[in-house]
Ligand binder design. Sequence first.
Ligand code: ZN
Length: 124
Amino acid sequence: MTITGSCHCGKNAFSIEGEIPTELTRCTCSFCSKRGALLAYYQPGQFHATAQANADAIYRWNTKLVAHHFCSECGCATYTDSPAFEQDGNWDKVTRRIGVNARLFDNFDAATAPVTVIDGKNLW
Ligand SMILES: [Zn+2]
């Protein structure tokens, strides 16, 4: 299926070739707990984002390896482009993973979807 979504003002939009995961992911790290996104993970090739000029802003913190994208107009968290870390924290320095904020999906209520919590507060 093709999943579509956009930020509140519409200057950032995306499409995904894939399925909505059976469980979304909520992270407890200091940033994610404030940001409030519920993430659905995809491979970069599945995800296509479009943004109007200067509407795609990026926040990086700590290691700077993770690009947290958000809309510079309306402030919605759009997606996170991160290394595809293994469970043990290793990374092949190549493979990336896209965590899309499922709250932005069209015709989908992320607030009622099952959620897996990852313990980012203690993992990084
Ligand atoms: Zn926006």
